[in-house]
Ligand binder design. Sequence first.
Ligand SMILES: CC(C)(COP(=O)(O)OP(=O)(O)OC[C@H]1O[C@@H](n2cnc3c(N)ncnc32)[C@H](O)[C@@H]1OP(=O)(O)O)[C@@H](O)C(=O)NCCC(=O)NCCS
Length: 142
Amino acid sequence: MQIRKAIISDAANMDRLNRNILPENYPMSDWLFALMNCPSYSFVAYDKDKLVGYVLGLVVNNQGLIASLAVEKDYRRKHIAECLMGKSLSEFKKTFVDVKLNVRVGNTSAQNLYTKFGFTKSKYEKSYYEDGEDGYEMILSF
Ligand SMILES: CC(C)(COP(=O)(O)OP(=O)(O)OC[C@H]1O[C@@H](n2cnc3c(N)ncnc32)[C@H](O)[C@@H]1OP(=O)(O)O)[C@@H](O)C(=O)NCCC(=O)NCCS
């Protein structure tokens, strides 16, 4: 398993994995824009040539943000997400006082992961998601 910083040529693989796993998708231009403009905070996990996980870290209005995180189903519970998040958060910590993210109320797997890093729920967001599910904003203060 190779875990490294994401580069622009990872965008197509990240987009593909994102569409396979999450209902929140982005146009390719957003992936390219993110990797070009915030190159420090996104990481990818590869098993040989296959992308099996990514974390997309962004800076929006001078706020650090974990914008998307996914691990291929067959590769879960191997601490891949933990490793990706750890690397991204270490980079954010160099410049920011905190990092935020959003998570579905029903996504306890991801909430457990974020809690493990010290994220706490900072806001309840009614119907935050397009399908109507509520969300939490979570924050990690360094
Ligand atoms: C959430 C997700 C990224 C976790 O990836 P992963 O590589 O399997 O997670 P890890 O193995 O690094 O797990 C780290 C910790 O997260 C928590 N966790 C992860 N999966 C969990 C699950 N299915 N049930 C409960 N806790 C879970 C645990 O605390 C775990 O630590 P432990 O294994 O020591 O108990 C993965 O399940 C996924 O891609 N889900 C679909 C996409 C998604 O929900 N993305 C987040 C959107 S906000």
